[in-house]
Design a binder for this molecule. Structure first.
Ligand code: PLP
Length: 372
């Protein structure tokens, strides 16, 4: 390799993290193998208890993905044909699919131009007599304006579900997100702030009745082996994933702190005009699942960074309301202008705790060096 070839900086790298915790992970996995507790069982129960305690709810129901968590939440709340659920246009598609998969209809609303999170005014404008609830997403790790959304929900007798798939440990007014909705849904996809080594998810709540119903629904609607009270799913979490998540939960705060440090450096050092980023009001303590910048020549900036060995991501290139899957709902370009602009200009810079200071400086220099 020649001296000029620069080391590649990927958008994300899970191998570095594994090397730090390899011993702990292998020991935890071995315990699961020794007990052959592969599906649900004691390791899942332990992780549920630990994660509920970490967030600050009394109940946690672990499942096999974040998407499953959202589907289970919609099912438990009784969403079905004829029901409308308001969701942000700029989220990962699973937020909306969960509504559709139980027979409901997602109603997409725009984000705010400053925080890129759901716009409470836009929610109010889309409420009809069919609306049953709102799913708010703490996008990129940054809490949405919970009080503003709660106020609208209360005024119209709607439930609020939090999609916390990108916000493990984020705080709204010094309280962890995941405590504000009647249910809150988490994903443990490997790339999330708390990620399994496979897939996982959880629904958290303080509502014991809903938690018990979800525990039955994730297990074929079964209160007792081979007795089935209602039609249910198989959404149980693997013991291995739970044991791995218990190990990784112990490191989550330190990893989040490092991500915040990197984000602060990006925000301080990227020259104004070289990009815009998400605005964080005083109530918002983000854990920076992603560090997204907007640039009018996003594709040019992408090529420029790729040429220097830096590989950002795009989250997400097409907003939900313009996806082919929702063609039948009849949305058109211009319906959610802020979300559409974000989709066309967003770029996610490398963001993971193991990035070195030197790598962060290289990303900053490369962004600042873009003329276009
Ligand atoms: C990742 C994600 C999901 C889906 O979680 P999976 O574990 O991948 O099924 C849902 N909503 C949001 C906002 C996400 O980022």
């Amino acid at each position: 390799m020649s001296a000029e070839v620069k080391e590649m900086i990927p958008f994300f790298d899970l191998k570095l993290q594994y090397r730090q915790i390899e011993g702990e992970i292998r020991a935890a996995m071995d315990e699961v193998f020794q007990q052959t507790a592969f599906v649900d069982g004691p390791f899942v129960a332990r992780f549920e208890e630990e994660f509920a305690e970490y967030i600050g709810t009394s109940q946690a129901v672990a499942v096999n993905s974040g998407t499953s968590a959202l589907i289970l939440a919609m099912h438990a709340l009784g969403v079905g044909p004829g029901d409308e659920v308001i969701v942000p246009a700029n989220t990962f598609i699973a937020t909306a699919f969960a509504v559709s998969l139980v027979g409901g209809k997602p109603v997409f609303v725009d984000c705010r131009r400053d925080t890129w999170n759901i716009d409470a005014q836009a929610i109010a404008a889309r409420i009809t007599d069919k609306t049953v609830g709102v799913i708010g997403v703490h996008l990129y790790g940054a809490p949405f304006d919970v009080a503003a959304v709660q106020q609208i929900c209360e005024a119209h007798n709607l439930w609020l579900v939090e999609d916390c798939a990108q916000s493990h440990g984020a705080e709204y007014k010094e309280e962890k997100v995941g405590r504000f909705g009647v249910l809150s849904c988490f994903s443990f996809y490997p790339g999330k702030n708390l990620g399994a080594y496979g897939q996982g998810g959880a629904v958290l709540t303080d509502n014991v009745g809903l938690a018990e119903r979800m525990k039955r629904l994730r297990n074929y609607g079964s209160p007792q082996r081979y007795y089935f009270d209602e039609v249910g799913h198989n959404l149980r979490m693997d013991g291995l994933q739970a044991a791995i998540l218990s190990v990784k939960l112990r490191h989550l705060d330190a990893w989040n702190e490092r991500k915040i440090e990197i984000a602060n450096r990006y925000r301080a050092a990227i020259t104004k005009g070289k990009g815009k980023w998400q605005c964080h009001p005083g109530f918002s303590h983000s854990v920076y699942h992603l560090f997204v910048i907007m640039h009018p020549n996003r594709d040019g900036l992408m090529t420029h960074l790729n040429d220097q060995g830096i590989f950002p991501g795009i989250h997400y290139p097409v907003p939900c309301h313009l996806q082919k899957a929702y063609e039948h709902l009849g949305y058109k370009a211009g319906d959610c202008p802020n979300a559409e602009l974000l989709s066309s200009q967003c770029l996610s810079l490398p963001m993971y705790p193991e990035l070195t200071d030197a790598q962060v400086e290289r990303v900053i220099e490369a962004v600042n060096g873009f003329e276009g």
